[in-house]
Design a protein around this ligand. Structure first.
Ligand code: FES
Length: 117
C-alpha cells in the first residue's frame, strides 16, 4: 500500500502556517502546506495567474494568498477564489503516523523511473 505513496518526511518539518517546496526531477516543483488548522495540502508551486511562488504566500484557513498580486488560491481545490479564474494542480496527500505522503503517480506523472528529489 505504501508503495503508491512517496514518503516526503515528518510533519514536524513544516511549521504551521508555512510551506516547504519539493523539487521534482522532470516535473513541476511542489509546495506542501501546513495550515494553522493542522491540515496538510500539496499543490504545484505556481500561481495560475503569472506563476508566482505560492509557497511564499500567506496561509489563512485553507487558502494561500499569492505573494505577487494577492490572488487567493484554495489549497483544497487549487482554484482561484473570488473574481479571479484559474486553477493549479493539486497532489493527493495523506498523513500517516506523523509522516507526510504524496501520491506517487501524481508527483512523477506515472513515470516509474523518475523520483522526487
Ligand atoms: S502571480 Fe499570483 S497573483 Fe499574480
Amino acid at each position: 500500500m505504501i508503495g503508491n505513496w512517496l514518503d516526503i518526511g515528518p510533519v514536524t518539518q513544516i511549521e504551521p502556517g508555512t510551506a516547504r517546496t519539493l523539487p521534482v526531477v522532470g516535473g513541476e516543483e511542489i509546495a506542501v502546506f501546513h495550515t494553522m488548522r493542522n491540515e496538510f495540502f500539496a499543490i504545484v508551486n505556481k500561481c495560475p495567474h503569472k506563476q508566482g511562488p505560492l509557497s511564499q504566500g500567506i496561509v489563512h484557513g485553507d487558502v494561500v494568498t499569492c505573494p505577487l498580486h494577492n490572488w487567493n488560491i484554495s489549497l483544497r481545490s487549487g482554484k482561484a477564489l473570488g473574481d479571479d479564474e484559474g486553477c493549479v494542480p493539486t497532489i493527493p496527500l495523506k498523513v500517516d503516523a506523523g509522516r507526510i505522503y504524496l501520491l506517487r503517480s501524481a508527483v512523477i506523472g506515472g513515470d516509474d523511473q523518475a523520483e522526487a528529489a
